[in-house]
Design a binder for this molecule. Structure first.
Ligand SMILES: CC(C)(COP(=O)(O)OP(=O)(O)OC[C@H]1O[C@@H](n2cnc3c(N)ncnc32)[C@H](O)[C@@H]1OP(=O)(O)O)[C@@H](O)C(=O)NCCC(=O)NCCS
Length: 148
């Protein structure tokens, strides 16, 4: 179900395949929150929590097209933030495609701030290095962060 939502939300070259999604969801610290309507999952949020460092990464947040602009992503994000606050997490980060203007507006509205290159964490810098080697343009991603 979650796979089909991700496939419906992203073009094939960006959507996770079944193995990626299973892997991401079963990694240490992975937490998945779902939102149901009439007994059917219509949105989900996947995050990875590092309790030792008190940080979390929002891996993906997907809402089926027909259910957008109804506050579902806001509700899932708020639930994730409540959960993180309960775990003592103070920093929530994510990365998003530069072209994904809708998601960027959504995250900015929800308190995430774009990070300048000098503010990137080691993980972010490594992601950029790998992606650049794979031919992705340097400005293809926006890294964002918010304090909790
Ligand atoms: C981005 C996404 C998660 C937003 O989900 P949503 O449930 O529609 O978001 P909400 O209804 O909670 O939006 C709250 C506010 O965020 C902003 N927002 C949400 N989508 C927006 C868009 N496409 N363009 C501009 N602003 C947007 C608006 O301010 C909106 O308030 P409004 O509807 O009163 O104007 C959804 O569009 C989606 O699943 N996109 C495809 C997958 C994706 O790109 N996910 C992000 C991956 S990192």
């Amino acid at each position: 179900m979650l796979l089909s939502i991700d496939e419906a939300c992203f073009p094939p070259e960006i959507a996770y395949d079944a193995m990626d999604l299973r892997h991401m969801m079963s990694r240490a610290g992975a937490e998945t929150l779902v939102l149901e309507e009439d007994g059917r999952i219509v949105a989900f949020l996947l995050m990875e929590v590092d309790r030792n460092r008190k940080t979390a990464t929002l891996v993906t947040l997907d809402v089926l097209k027909d259910h957008r602009r109804s506050g579902y992503a806001s509700s899932l994000l708020a639930r994730s933030e409540q959960m993180l606050a309960g775990l003592g997490v103070t920093s929530y980060k994510l990365q998003v495609d530069t072209q994904n203007e809708g998601a960027i507006s959504f995250y900015r509205k929800n308190g995430f701030r774009d990070l300048a290159a000098e503010e990137w964490t080691a993980d972010m810098a490594l992601i950029r290095e790998i992606e650049t080697k794979q031919g992705l343009l340097p400005d293809a991603r926006v890294f964002m962060r918010r304090s909790l």
